[in-house]
Design a protein around this ligand. Structure first.
Ligand code: SAM
Length: 289
């Protein structure tokens, strides 16, 4: 494709993907990061932060479904959900699909990500932004969790950037200590845990930190096409060790009750349960030091 404009992902210095760019939609240097929204020839509209793919219209359903439905269906009675990061609105939209959710708070540090996502990626967040159960807070989530009352949430979903820059605080012992405090007794926290084939050390470190405050820590895997490097790990930490042990049949029953069954394109009850069975190269990142 001579004369094609390409957008190269800058996640890894020695390897990466590129997108043929049809048009640049928005490029803003916010207080926190470089925000780029562009139309790709292959994956629809793409959101990049500091040169790293956050979501594409073509495959965002994969990640958003697994980040939202797995913790809420394993919990089984999550009414109060805290979404951290997630300024594109995709996780918030899927959390609010669950009939049992009464309150969903999204804490995003960069209001420009929210504004540009609403303007240029409206299908990602959909009507989540105007749902009466939703509260959108612009701020650093580390401050939010320090100030939130104890046992005020049933699930925390950390849809952050990688552990660098503003995202770094969301992978610290302080953060996980506060997550354990703000979660109710059966509470669960999941977090975007990177692609272990390339970022295994991040998963090992964050898992060890979660293990200091949660009786059950693990991860589950999802194959997000544009998170290059093979399976992505979603970190798992639960205050009740029984929370993870739910059968596919029970997950299906809960999904039907929640109003989620039949609305997904990646998640199924069998994929949900199977995702916790990790290949050895990922499981080894979870072994307690
Ligand atoms: N799905 C993407 C992934 O897996 O990398 C993440 C998408 S979401 C856009 C990531 C968001 O986390 C960004 O909008 C970023 O501004 C936000 N973020 C990073 N650090 C944060 C913090 N300390 N508090 C709140 N939001 C934060």
């Amino acid at each position: 494709m001579s004369g094609t404009a390409w957008v190269n992902e800058a996640l890894y210095s020695a390897w990466g993907q590129r997108f043929a760019c049809k048009a640049e939609i928005a490029r803003v240097r916010s207080r926190y990061q470089d925000i780029l929204v562009f139309d790709s020839a292959s994956h629809g509209r793409v959101l990049m932060l500091d040169g790293v793919v956050q979501i594409t219209e073509a495959d965002e359903f994969v990640y958003q479904e697994m980040m939202a439905h797995v913790p809420l269906l394993n919990h089984g009675d999550a009414a109060r959900v805290l979404v951290i990061g997630g300024g594109d609105g995709g996780i918030l939209r899927r959390v609010l699909q669950h009939r049992g959710v009464r309150r969903a708070v999204l804490v995003e540090i960069d209001e420009q990500v929210i504004a540009l996502s609403k303007a240029h990626l409206p299908g990602i967040g959909g009507d989540a932004w105007t749902d009466p159960r939703a509260e959108v807070v612009v701020g650093d989530a580390i401050h939010y969790v320090f100030e939130a009352p104890a046992a005020s949430f049933d699930a925390v979903i950390v849809d952050s950037t990688d552990p660098a820059g503003v995202g770094e605080v969301l992978f610290t012992e302080d953060f996980y200590r506060e997550c354990a405090r703000v979660l109710s007794d059966g509470g669960v926290v999941v977090n975007q845990g990177g692609v272990p084939f390339m970022q295994g050390e991040e998963l090992r470190l964050s898992s060890a930190r979660r293990a200091a405050f949660f009786p059950d820590t693990h991860a589950y895997a999802v194959a997000v096409p544009t998170y290059v490097g093979g399976l992505m790990a979603i970190g798992w930490a639960a205050k009740d060790p029984k929370c993870r042990a739910v059968t596919a049949a029970e997950v299906e029953r809960r999904a039907a009750e929640a109003g989620v069954l039949g609305t997904t394109r990646y998640w199924t009850p069998e994929i949900h349960v199977g995702a916790f069975n990790l290949p050895p190269y990922i499981a080894e990142c979870l072994r307690r030091a």
